[in-house]
Structure formats: C-alpha cells, structure tokens
Ligand binder design. Structure first.
Ligand SMILES: [Zn+2]
Length: 375
C-alpha cells in the first residue's frame, strides 16, 4: 500500500470533529467548520437549507473532464449523548472516556473525506470531478438526504461512508423499511365498580402483539413492535393503546405480505373484541440491491485490494443515506470507516482503520477517474 494520507493530520481532524457537538438538527457549528475545510481543499460549496436543518455540498473540479464524477458522502450529526465529550487516545485507538458516544459515526468518515481532499490538493493527483455531500439528521431518519435536492448532484456513482466494523465491508444491498402506528380504542369504565362496561384496549393490544409475526421472519425480512403506550390508571379499564412497529425486507413482495398479515390479524382481533383500530403506515426508505459486477463495483473491489484488503460484499438490515441516493438513481455503496460499537458509550475506532479507510477512499478517487462519463 503506498502511503498517500497524512496520519497525523487525519487524526487531528478527527479529534477536532469529535469535539464539535453536533446532535441531529443542530449542525450549525460543524457545518461552518466543514464549509471552511472544503473551501481550503479547493471546493466550491453550496449549502442547501430545508425546514429543520441543511446539507453541505462541495464540488472539487478535476482536470479529467472525460471522467465520470464521483460522489462521496457522510453525515454531520451524531447520536447523543455527546455534550462535554472526553476521549482517550492511545497508540492503538481513539475511544470515548465514558459517559458519551465518541461520534466516530460518522465523523471518522468526514475526517477520511477531508484528508483525501487535502491529499489530492497538495499532491496534485489527477482526478475527475468529486462531489461531496455532508448530510444532516441522518440518525433521526435520513432527514438531510431525503431533503437533498439531487438535481444539483451530477454523479451517478456514490460512496457513502457510514458503515461500522473493521474496514473491508462494501454494503451492496439494504431493505425497504416501513413503520406503522396502530391506535386501538376500547371503552373506558371504572375498574372496581363496573368493569363489565369496559373494553380493555390493553388486553386487545396484548392479543395483537402475541399473534402477529415478529423478529426474523425470513433471511431477508424482520418485524418488530418497539413502542407501546396506553392506559391512565389502575382503576380505569384502559381506553386507548398505541403500538409503534416496523417491518424491513430486501424483498418488497415479502414485505407487503408480512404487512398485510400483521394488519389483517390486528383488524380481525379488534373486530372480534369489539374495539376500533386505526392503522397508519409510512415508508421510511426503499430497498436497493447493486450488481456485484460492472465497472463501478469492479473499481471498488480493486481499490480495497490495492490497500491489501479483500473486500466483503454484504447486505445489511439497516438503512443509510445510500438508500436515498439509490432511490434517486445514483448507484451508491456504503462502506465501513472502521468505527466500532457505535451508538454506545463504548464506541471506538482503531487508528489503523481510520487511516486504512482514508487510503481506500484515495484509491477509489484515483481509480474512478479512469471510468468514463457514460459508465
Ligand atoms: Zn451513521
């Protein structure tokens, strides 16, 4: 592996980033930092506002005008808690000192992208146009990506850097994800005086929860009821319960069948028990499944191999901004940055992975510049 990235500068950038508090929808400070860094790296910068936050788009023009443009993407927000973060840095890794997450999800990716841009700038590496999207509020439901005006993106290929685990994974498929809310309405009554007059929404909800398919449905499909709210007092036969659930599947046919089974089962139980049920559903994002051959994927695999890593092409059960890019006709993989135990206070990243992720990105940029615009 040839050394392109500057290890010290990469680490310094990463540490600066983790010290900028950036919960979802509060990305102003990190946004200002990123605009400055993109401009220093020779990018023109566009800020796209939407009602709750904004996305930052950087474009670094390349002299290879015949080359296909490439989109790099990471999200600016982190899961909480992050306030007053303290970290420990040793020879091997950077980790949270406890009490907060580290925020390497997704600041390891941002640092890797910024370092790659700096390397290109200072070493005058030949490249095609590079577009960068730093999105917001990814952790709250891909808000930034969903509000991105993709008409300003010219790339047809994207590398989203938002996957955890050791460097080496290329996510080539993710599920469709729907969420739903069931409102079960029974009839309230005094539980001590006239319970016969009541219809308990909680008892019906319990029956629904135990009757519907749950957990891993098949190798491509999962279902879960994650929130239950209802009842007011022990002496009241409960009037209302709200259940919040979700279904995910790599196969839309199975997803639809599972959804129908869950909703029909709930409606039948409600009818039998004489309560009303209202069900609302929402599609969070759509599935994608990329071809494992073709010029873009071959290029991705080659970039990993050049860094001495045999890539693993994997499917995930989670969603990311890559789902939204794919929905918009941009072929987007999601690769791991080296971040580990994310969304916990044990979060850490190995220094060697932080560096390897950046090296792979640089190889991707170099190799991608030999793909022509029509690929
Ligand atoms: Zn993330």
């Amino acid at each position: 592996m040839r050394d392109l990235a500057n290890k010290q500068r990469l680490l310094k950038t990463f540490i600066e980033l983790v010290h900028i508090n950036s919960p979802s929808f509060e990305e102003r400070e990190i946004g200002a930092y990123l605009i400055k860094r993109l401009e220093q790296a020779g990018c023109s910068v566009l800020v796209q506002e939407y009602d709750r936050s904004f996305n930052v788009i950087g474009v670094k023009r390349g002299e290879r005008t015949e080359a296909a443009p490439l989109l790099l993407s990471a999200h600016m927000d982190t899961i909480e808690p992050t306030e007053g973060i303290r970290i420990t840095v040793d020879d091997e890794m950077v980790r949270s000192a406890g009490g907060t997450v580290l925020g390497s999800d997704d600041k390891s990716a941002i640092a890797q992208i910024l370092e790659a841009l700096d390397v290109i700038q200072e070493q005058n590496l030949s490249h095609g146009d590079i577009e960068v999207v730093f999105s917001s509020a990814e952790e709250k439901g891909l808000f930034g990506a969903k509000n991105l005006d993709c008409r300003s993106i010219r790339s047809r290929h994207a590398i989203v850097m938002d996957s955890s685990g050791s460097v080496g994974n290329i996510i080539v498929g993710a599920p469709t994800h729907i969420t739903y809310k069931m409102l079960i309405s029974g009839r309230p009554a005094h539980a001590g005086i006239e319970p016969e007059q009541g219809l308990s929404a909680i008892r019906v909800a319990a029956e629904v929860i135990t009757a519907v398919p749950d957990g891993r449905i098949d190798s491509e499909t999962t279902a879960n009821i994650g929130i239950i709210r209802g009842g007011t007092a022990t002496n009241v036969v409960p009037k209302e319960v709200v259940l919040h659930g979700e279904i995910r599947s790599h196969c839309d046919g199975v997803l639809t069948a599972t959804r129908d089974l869950i909703f029909d089962t709930a409606r039948k139980i409600a009818a039998r028990r004489g309560v009303t049920i209202d069900i609302m559903e929402h599609e969070e994002y759509k599935t994608f499944r990329l071809r494992e051959d073709g010029p873009f994927m071959e290029m991705m695999k080659e970039a990993f191999r050049r860094c001495g890593i045999e890539p693993a092409l994997v499917l995930t059960g989670g969603g990311s901004d890559a789902n939204i890019f794919n929905q918009n006709g941009i072929c987007a993989v999601n690769i791991s940055t080296g971040m580990q135990r994310v969304h916990s206070t044990d979060e850490f990243i190995l220094k060697k992975d932080l560096y390897a992720g950046c090296q792979i990105l640089l190889e991707c940029i170099i190799l991608h510049s030999s793909l022509r615009r029509d690929t």
